[in-house]
Write a protein that binds this ligand. Sequence first.
Ligand code: AMP
Length: 555
Amino acid sequence: MTTFEALGIDARLIRATDELGYINPTAIQEQAIPILLSGTKDFIGLAQTGTGKTAAFGLPLLHVIDAAEKYPQALVVCPTRELCMQIVKEIELFKKYIPGVSVVAVYGGASIGLQIRDLKRGVQIVVATPGRLIDLIERKAIELEEIKYVVLDEADEMLNMGFQEDIEFILKNTPQRESTWLFSATMPAEIRKVSKRYMKDPKEVTVGKVNTANKSIDHQYYVTTAQHRYETLKRIIDFNPGIYGIIFTRTKIDAQQISERLTREGYDIDALHGDLTQVQRDKVMGQFRDKSLQLLIATDVAARGIDVQGITHVINYELPDDVEVYTHRSGRTGRAGAQGICISIVHSKEMYKFKQIERINNSQFHKLDIPSGKDVCRKQFFHFMDKLLSADISHGNYETYVPMLAEKFADITKEEVLKRVAAMEFDRFLKYYENAEDLNVRERSRKDDMGARRKEEVGGRGDKRRDAPRSGGGYSRLFVNLGTKDGFYKASFLQFILDMSDLRKDVLGKIDMKDMNTWIEIEKNAAQQMIRSLDGKNYKGRRIRMNDAETGGRR
Ligand code: AMP
């Protein structure tokens, strides 16, 4: 096993790494350090986070800079302020025995005045996030004339966050740049492009497996109609009770209106778009970051550079036209080794666009059924019950109340109590979702079509008489005293009778719905099960009557 001495770094740096408990170099350090110290100009290191990348470039940087010169000689650009602070912290530790070296962090969301003051003190290494760095360049508050070394850390993350132009601007504004060291966990095409344009014959080192796409993101999609987009969004949110997510829209108006509508309906959401002032923007971002906002709805431009940790879901309210934009959006989740989900709400006419994104993204996208009202209720219900079970009861003086409570609940069973708790919590959901429509656009497969045709043949009817009830063959016709007056749409009614009866949709034929009554065609061998499941049951306090329309009918 190699040692740090064998890699050829300065003894003062080895003393510091010894103190940090680094015994042997990690794989990326072992491979990168000798190359970077050999005078190689350009370098690409492909390694995941947590593999010791910071020392892989930090130690060589400290080795090569001139501590006697008090101007910026090395620039490290990284995607987030957390990473920025972390890099500075590590470099501070490595440089412990090298006097006269200063390193400063510049990142957004903190006082630019203080950072300018730090820069003026004479630093050799600047660690920056792209947005703040550009700001400083434009204010002429940073001296990049003498920068010889530029390190791009987590380059793929920076491009995911929409910083491509900024990176190129920075590279163009470092005229004395001799060496560019690029570190990335993945190697998407955009990084190849940047490296081709700004680096000369880079030496490349790969540690572990490198993916072209970020595999920690599960790409999912739901197909619906344009008019059901909003409902679908709501259902996705409701189906994911612990969601901490960003929803992307194409326009400012959409972001604003959907945010207002969801807020009115009780959701914890705010919008981020170009019409906000900096103060408003900071306020929204602050609330989202400290999780007092569960959802953020944003346009692509406004969301540029958002560096929030722990985002569970990214939702594309509409698909972007551009594959790159899709990548930027989805890259907001599944970060720092965490798992993330990127959901797209897709209109059936957009499928061609979606297939293109899927192909270029080089990952498999999963089509899911939009959850039914029942699914949502069930999910919410279990989430709440989990919360109930994990509630911390160790602190309050609850024991004092237990005898009184026990007395109060003496005549009620545990099941009853649970039902009441559920009713209190779920009233809104149950009412809303009781008869919720099926929002899925169902593709009819060839097999379905053939099956349907066969059924038609069995029923002895041709296409011209589609409206007429099928008779004989395999179908019965049922009557039920429920209709549109009860608040049903055809789809919600269908869902209701299937849920109640536990039958599959393909046993049904035509549904003829009127204000007060409905006639249902159903395969003969399933008719009795349907009647048994519905007849005599209650619906909103009314007794359901269902029977065979031909034998006991009342048309
Ligand atoms: P990084 O990938 O740079 O974020 O490093 C991940 C962690 O590994 C950090 O906590 C480093 O302090 C630690 N580390 C880096 N190099 C070594 C090493 N050679 N031996 C032990 N720990 C290391």
